[in-house]
Design a protein around this ligand. Sequence first.
Ligand code: HEM
Length: 479
Amino acid sequence: MPFAAFSGASMAVLLVVIVACLLAFWLCICFAMLKWNEIRYSRRKGLPPGKMGWPVLGQTTEFLKHGPSFMKKQRAKYGSVFKTHILGCPTVISIDPELNRYILMNEGKGLVPGYPQSMLDILGKCNIAAVHGAAHRRIRGSLLSLVGPLVIKDELLPKIDKFTRSFLQNWHGKTIDIQETTNEMALRVSFDQIVEHEPTALYEVFKPEFDKLLVGTISLPINIPGTNYHHGFQGRKRIVKMLKQIMAQRRASAIPYDDMLGRLLRSKDSKYILSDEEIIDQIITILYSGYETVSTTSMMAVKYLHDHPKALEELREEHFAIREKKKPGEAIDWNDYKSMSFTRAVIFETSRLATVVNGVLRRTTDDMVLNGFTIPKGWRIYVYTREINYDPFLYPEPFAFNPWRWLDKNMESHCYCFIFGGGSRLCPGKELGILQISIFIHYFVTSYRWEEVGRNEIHQFPRVEAPKGLHVRISNYHD
Ligand code: HEM
């Protein structure tokens, strides 16, 4: 027994020593790895201050987990321009409004889009974010010829009106997940503008594949069966196949289709000639760019209006004034849309307060001096615009939902308003997106009342989403 006691005690001591040694060894390795990443980048002169974190991972975990508070902490330590290593790349983060503006306005000086290659691989190599210079001007020109104000006014608005009106029919008495519903609406309305008259059955097959593509672009780039990234590629493959089939059918038919694909296929008569591969990537771009942005803004507008009855009342007045001038069931026209100034203000305030887009990514094509720091060639710059949305000098009481602040028209064009980006990459779908949301709001608030059901949690970062949905009970407005 005494022997056993002695041996038990010494075994315990030995175990503690071994664990301590392993721990110390592990800590040494961690410390060396951390230092290694710091040393690796410290040889470069003139870099902004900041930590690079772990090799490979960098500070990605802190960034994704704590987002806005991580940014604030780093800014308090290092100032509004700092370096880090996130999402697999050495990155400079700029929270400085002046510098952000400079970066957005100066793509020509070598500040090109810096979206991850893994994302561009799924979106296609002719995707607008993958090209710059003359190629960008051509792809963007083609896109603007499809979604510019004249096309919206004469062709897209009547189609969007018709679609939205029928989409919102018969909601009375239902409890719906407004996140799921606006998500469905945003993709479907773009799909119909691109390939009108395709059977619903095709859309039913298309949507899940497109959702896979979308998730693939924002997941870890590990291309092995079972991963979201792999599914993203598969989604792209099937989408490309479907689009190729539709293109072949269209070419074989004599019908002059009056939708976006029809216009793209006739592009050889226009200023912007696109190859088949470019046409496919252009379609994916339109669907992708206007999907989450439009659906999330619509969802958040419903949320904020529900929580702010005064704003909802003023909004309803604007829309009932439009309806009073119309026959029952008459469509919204361009002048009606242009008169929706409070609706536009609601949309801008929603995008600002919810921060639907946190920022944009750029990459340096050469070593470059910005704000006195040298940014090496190939580094990514995260033009982080979220903080500007809560700047109390630009937006007094920045955390209040106050659409009235946008009624001053100059607010939309103040030089730090980056809700739709800026410079040569300013969102070409801005008016189309605002119009789609306005038409949705029009039919929603003039047809229905709604109340939230249960507790609906909303996450704000890295993307705005209601993880369990945003459930609302709908009833007819006039009952
Ligand atoms: C509320 C809705 C929307 C918001 C908040 C929004 C926001 C933005 C932002 C911030 C950018 C700048 C990206 C950058 O600089 O890298 C951008 C670019 C872009 N947006 Fe939108 N967007 C919206 C709707 C749409 C719609 C409906 C379309 C459909 C055509 C669209 C198509 C694009 C495209 C193609 C670009 C890239 C432009 C380029 O690289 O030249 N967006 N958008």
